[in-house]
Ligand binder design. Structure first.
Ligand SMILES: C[S@@+](CC[C@H](N)C(=O)[O-])C[C@H]1O[C@@H](n2cnc3c(N)ncnc32)[C@H](O)[C@@H]1O
Length: 276
């Protein structure tokens, strides 16, 4: 692991170096491109410092990222954390410049990018995880992909079980429903009138309260970052069905403004039978 007190070295608000690479950052400029001199990264300094806290607190040897864009996170983490393997998907293919940079720095065996993959294609996502990591649990999963409710939930349910117990699943930029003004709340919103991502955050919290062995914790750090910790009560690679693991115990139900997920069939009758 590179010394985070010394690196990254910032030379402006949006420009920094790691030992091997030069990065250019923005949180909104999707036209940025990686070339042989500079890597594009859609994060700001504050967010990268949050990642430092995550990777410092426990060993991170294997990482899966959804939404690699121009390869910024895989290359940043390869230089700062040096994990054994970083695998990432995106529905765009990696550019020739990005692939050349990976090759020129001898990272072909540790950084694997899969283009033309939809994050909602759970069969593909699971087969990439199987082929890439075999039986080894993944330490960290980052979803900085579509930020749509259905797609994000589909990937989460398919991939969460591949984490090690205690492993972290980060979902970025979930809070767009609550960001005022243009473009989030105008007709040009990239999310149109699609289902709010906040529903998924509530569902994760309810599932964690219902089945902490599966979802050990949900840390809503800020509107750009929620960290979901995997519990030990899930078999390796087992898919998660958030609706099925969420329940409200007891007969007198407090009213929820957010609709609760469906209960597993027979749960209440089993509880009643136990109570006599
Ligand atoms: C916010 S950018 C990712 C930024 C990148 N993680 C970084 O830190 O530089 C989102 C990426 O997700 C990809 N994407 C959006 N929807 C997707 C989907 N349904 N499946 C796969 N990739 C998707 C886009 O092509 C884009 O590259």
């Amino acid at each position: 692991m590179t010394n985070w007190n010394e690196w990254p070295q910032w030379s402006g608000d949006d420009v920094f170096r790691t030992p091997r690479f030069q990065f250019s950052c923005s949180v909104k400029d999707y036209s940025l491109k990686t070339n042989k001199n500079e890597i594009a990264l859609l994060k700001n300094r504050e967010f990268l410092e949050l990642y430092r806290d995550i990777v410092f607190n426990e060993p991170v040897r294997t990482i899966f990222e959804l939404g690699f864009f121009q390869g910024g996170m895989p290359l940043f983490l390869a230089d700062m954390v040096a994990p054994e393997k970083i695998v990432a998907i995106d529905w765009n293919a990696p550019s020739e410049d990005l692939l050349d940079l990976i090759k020129a720095n001898g990272l072909e065996s540790s950084v694997k990018l899969f283009g033309n993959i939809d994050q909602a294609d759970t069969k593909k996502i699971r087969s990439i995880l199987d082929d890439s990591f075999g039986e080894e649990p993944v330490d960290l999963i980052i979803d900085d992909c579509s930020h749509f409710y259905a797609q994000t939930k589909a990937s989460f349910q398919a991939a969460f079980g591949y984490l090690k117990p205690g492993g972290k699943y980060i979902i970025e930029d979930w809070g767009w429903t609550h960001w005022p003004g243009h473009p989030w709340q105008s007709p040009e919103s990239p999310f149109g009138d699609s289902t709010s991502m906040s529903n998924l955050i509530f569902e994760l919290i309810m599932a964690s309260a219902s089945a902490s062995g599966i979802i050990a914790g949900v840390n809503v750090v800020n509107p750009a970052c929620v960290i979901v910790t995997r519990g030990a009560g899930l078999a390796h690679k087992e898919p998660v069905d958030l609706a099925a693991i969420t329940h409200l115990a007891g007969d007198r139900r407090a009213q929820l403004i957010v609709a609760p997920a469906a209960e597993p069939p027979g749960l209440l009758s089993r509880i009643r039978a136990k109570l006599g």
